[in-house]
Design a binder for this molecule. Structure first.
Ligand SMILES: [Fe+2]
Length: 245
């Protein structure tokens, strides 16, 4: 399986603090059958916009090289690729234009895009359209945990029509965020609003780097092959920078 959204690099954001914790997460992911992880630190270390606390592309690449060496030394069968958890904000868009935001696998084809916590900015569809016209497909992250989409899942249709992809957090389907989120997650999946799931793990705790339990839920909802595609074929196309559909 492939996990395209995971805070696994040490000392970058609110994910693991050190290599030991990163490696513990890596062992857990590998034991779950995950073979590729896109390391996606928040664009800004403390999440809020702070240009002095920008997670630099060079640092991400350097940490991934170090990580890969440690994984090989410990014989953990896992490949780590670069990425970034990018907030939808004017500052982030300026940084993207200046090529200072790490897209998935540094391919400038796909970008994890997180809406502000409690709103969908009026300019969001236009921004997504502009990104698409530059060849960059936004992947809207975890709408089932977003205040507006949670109560109005059909608001996703506008973004799907614009060619965006939508990624759900695996734990949302298995009750990590409560019954309401789990129920809405099922609705979104059944309506076809979700193209893939990812762990969005930050540690081995509350939201661990585990996909298999959510895949079992997905299988019940949409059947084995479409469920598997959400953690294999679809994320594979994303990391290869090829069209999903
Ligand atoms: Fe995230």
């Amino acid at each position: 399986m492939i996990d395209i959204h995971c805070h696994i690099l040490p000392d970058m954001d609110d994910g693991p603090r050190n290599w030991e914790k990163s490696l513990t997460m890596a062992r857990m992911a590998a034991a779950d059958g995950i073979r590729v992880i896109v390391a996606s630190p928040h664009l800004f270390r403390d999440k809020r916009v702070d240009l002095k606390a920008l997670n630099d592309k060079g640092v991400i690449l350097q940490k991934i090289r170090q990580f890969q060496e440690k994984l090989e030394a410990e014989q953990i069968p896992l490949t780590i690729l670069p990425g970034c958890d990018c907030p939808l904000s004017l500052e982030a868009l300026d940084l993207l234009k200046a090529d200072r935001v790490m897209t998935i696998n540094d391919g400038r084809r796909y970008l994890l895009l997180e809406m502000p916590d409690s709103s969908i900015p009026p300019a969001a569809p236009d921004i997504c359209f502009q990104l698409q016209s530059q060849g960059l497909t936004p992947i809207i992250t975890h709408p089932e945990r977003h205040l507006v989409f949670l109560h109005n899942p059909e608001r996703l249709l506008r973004f799907l029509d614009l060619g965006c992809l939508v990624q759900m957090t695996a734990g949302s389907l298995t009750g990590t965020f409560g019954r309401k989120v789990a129920k809405v997650s099922q609705t979104m999946v059944k309506k076809g609003y979700i193209q893939l799931i990812a762990t969005d793990a930050h540690s081995t705790g509350g939201r661990p780097p585990v996909l298999s339990k959510a895949v079992a839920q997905l299988t019940k909802l949409i059947g084995k092959d479409p469920a598997q595609a959400m953690v294999t074929a679809i994320p594979e196309k994303i990391i290869n920078g090829t069209p999903v559909f």
